[in-house]
Write a protein that binds this ligand. Structure first.
Ligand code: ADP
Ligand code: ASP
Ligand code: MG
Length: 425
C-alpha cells in the first residue's frame, strides 16, 4: 500500500462534471490499494472573481480580510469533492488548511508554511477515509486564516507530501506535464520527461506558471520528488527531482516568458557610494519586488540606472520616484510598461558555451531589440517589447532545436572545454 498525495488545480475542478471526474480518479487510486490525500484548488476563475468582488466594496481591503475571503474558494471545492466521492460510494472527509494542521507565519496573502502537524490527516487515513485538503491556505500561530500566494495549492500539496512522508506526489493540471515552453505560446513545445529542481525553479520564477516557484523551492529543500501530469488523461507526465548525471547533456531545457513587466530608468545619477542603496531602500519600503538592475558605465561622473518591476507595481512606486530623484540630485526618471522577459534555462549551460551569443543572434536576425540582459549559471534572460515576446519565444525555441525530439536544446552546440558562466555563455 502506498501513501499518495494528488493535487488538482483550478481547471481540473472547474465545473461539477470535472469535480466528478476528479472524485472518480481519487477513488480509483484508493481502490487500487492506496491511501490518498487530495489537495484541491478553487474552481477556475473563483479566486480572481473574489479579488474583483473585494475591489467593488473597498478600494484597499485589508490583507487579513482578503485571506478570509480568498480561502472560501478552496473551502467550496473540498466540500464538493468530498460530496462527489461519497456520492460514488466512497468515504471522504474534507479538511480546511487549519484543520489539516498547516501552520504559517502571519504574512497575510503571502504566508509561509512554518510547520505541519498532520495528526488529523493520519487519523482519517487510518480509518480508511480519503482526505481532501484545501490548497492555498493555512492558519497563523495567532489563529488567523492565511493564504500562501497565487498558485499556492502547489505548495500545500508538496508540503503535505513532505509532512506525511508520502510515497508519491502528483500535481494534476490541464497540460500533460512541464513543456519546453508554455504550449499556449509555442505550439511545437515538447513535454519534458525529467527536469531538475533547479531548472524547474528557474522556469517557474521566470514566468512558466505551471508550478508555483515557492512550491518547487520547498520540494528541493525537502527532497520531494513530484510528477506534473494531466487530470484529463492517463499519460505519464514530467518528473521533477534532483539533478542526475545525464541531465547536463541537455543545454537548454526550456524557454520562459514573463509578461507585464515595467522598466524604470533613473538618469544622470551621481556615481558615488550610497546612491544605489538610497534608491533601492526607498523602493523596498513600499514592498515592490525589483528584478533586473542595470547600471551603465559612468560618464562625466554620472550614470543611468535601470531596473524592472511587475507592471502592476508601477503606480505604487511612481510617486516615490520624483522625490528620490530630487533628493539624490539625479537628472530625472522614465517609466515604461509594455515590456516582457524572455529566458532560456538549462543546467547544461554550466558546461557549454555560446548559448548567449546564439540567443542574441536569433533575436537579432528577427530584428527583436534586446533592452536588458541578465544571466545566472543556468539561465539567460532578456527584456524585449511585450508585443514581440511570443514571436521571440518561438524563434528561440526553434533555434535551440527544442522543436526536435532527439536534440532537445543541443542542436547547435559542442560541449565547451571550460564551464560557462556570465559572459562566457
Ligand atoms: P492549475 O490550475 O492546474 O494549477 P495553472 O494554470 O496554474 O494550472 O498551470 C497550468 C498552465 O501553465 C498551462 O495551462 C500552461 O498554459 C501554463 N504553462 C506555462 N508554462 C508552461 C510550461 N513550460 N509547461 C506547461 N505548461 C505551462
Ligand atoms: N486558488 C488560488 C489561485 O488561484 C491557489 C491555486 O489555485 O493554487 O491562485
Ligand atoms: Mg497553478
Amino acid at each position: 500500500m502506498s501513501l499518495i498525495v494528488q493535487k488538482y488545480g483550478g481547471t481540473s475542478v472547474g465545473s461539477p462534471e470535472r469535480i466528478l471526474n476528479v472524485a472518480r480518479r481519487i477513488l480509483e487510486t484508493q481502490r487500487a490499494g492506496n491511501q490518498v490525500v487530495a489537495v484541491v484548488s478553487a474552481m477556475s476563475g473563483v479566486t480572481d472573481s473574489l479579488i474583483k468582488l473585494a475591489g467593488q466594496v473597498a478600494p484597499h481591503p485589508t490583507e487579513r480580510e482578503m485571506d478570509v475571503l480568498l480561502s472560501t474558494g478552496e473551502q467550496t471545492t473540498i466540500a464538493l469533492t468530498a460530496m462527489a466521492v461519497n456520492g460514488f460510494g466512497g468515504h471522504a472527509v474534507s479538511l480546511t488548511g487549519a484543520q489539516a494542521g498547516i501552520v504559517t507565519d502571519g504574512f497575510h496573502t503571502k504566508a509561509k508554511i512554518t510547520n505541519i502537524t498532520p495528526r488529523r490527516i493520519h487519523e482519517f487515513l487510518d480509518a480508511g477515509s480519503i482526505v481532501i485538503v484545501a490548497g492555498f491556505q493555512g492558519e497563523s500561530f495567532e489563529g488567523q486564516i492565511t493564504t500562501l500566494g497565487r498558485g499556492g495549492s502547489d505548495l500545500t500539496a508538496i508540503a503535505v507530501a513532505a509532512a506525511i512522508k508520502a510515497d508519491l506526489c502528483q500535481i494534476f493540471t490541464d497540460v500533460d506535464g512541464v513543456y519546453s515552453c508554455d504550449p499556449r505560446i509555442v505550439k511545437s513545445a515538447r513535454k519534458i520527461l525529467e527536469i531538475s529542481y533547479d531548472e524547474m525553479l528557474e522556469m517557474a520564477s521566470l514566468g512558466s506558471k505551471v508550478m508555483q516557484s515557492r512550491s518547487v523551492e520547498f520540494a528541493k529543500k525537502f527532497g520531494v520528488i513530484f510528477e506534473v501530469r494531466s487530470s484529463f488523461n492517463d499519460q505519464p507526465g514530467t518528473l521533477v527531482k534532483h539533478e542526475t548525471a545525464g541531465m547536463e547533456q541537455v543545454v537548454i531545457r526550456g524557454v520562459s516568458v514573463d509578461r507585464k513587466q515595467a522598466k524604470v530608468t533613473i538618469s544622470r545619477v551621481r556615481d558615488k557610494p550610497g546612491v544605489a542603496s538610497r534608491i533601492f531602500n526607498e523602493i523596498a519600503t513600499v514592498n515592490v519586488n525589483v528584478d533586473m538592475i542595470v547600471q551603465n558605465v559612468s560618464d562625466a561622473g554620472t550614470t543611468d540606472i535601470s531596473f524592472t518591476i511587475p507592471a502592476d507595481e508601477l503606480p505604487k512606486i511612481e510617486k516615490h520616484l520624483g522625490p528620490i530623484v530630487t533628493e539624490i540630485g539625479a537628472g530625472g526618471f522614465a517609466a515604461q510598461a509594455g515590456i516582457a522577459k524572455l529566458s532560456v534555462v538549462g543546467i547544461g549551460m554550466r558546461s557549454h558555451s555560446g548559448v548567449a551569443a546564439r540567443m542574441f543572434e536569433l533575436l537579432g536576425q528577427a530584428e527583436i531589440n534586446i533592452q536588458m540582459i541578465t544571466t545566472s549559471e543556468i539561465k539567460i534572460s532578456v527584456i524585449v517589447d511585450e508585443d514581440r515576446v511570443d514571436e521571440g519565444a518561438r524563434i528561440v525555441h526553434a533555434g535551440f532545436g527544442l522543436d526536435e525530439p532527439d536534440s532537445p536544446g543541443n542542436a547547435f552546440l559542442e560541449p565547451a572545454a571550460v564551464g560557462g558562466n556570465g559572459l562566457q555563455k
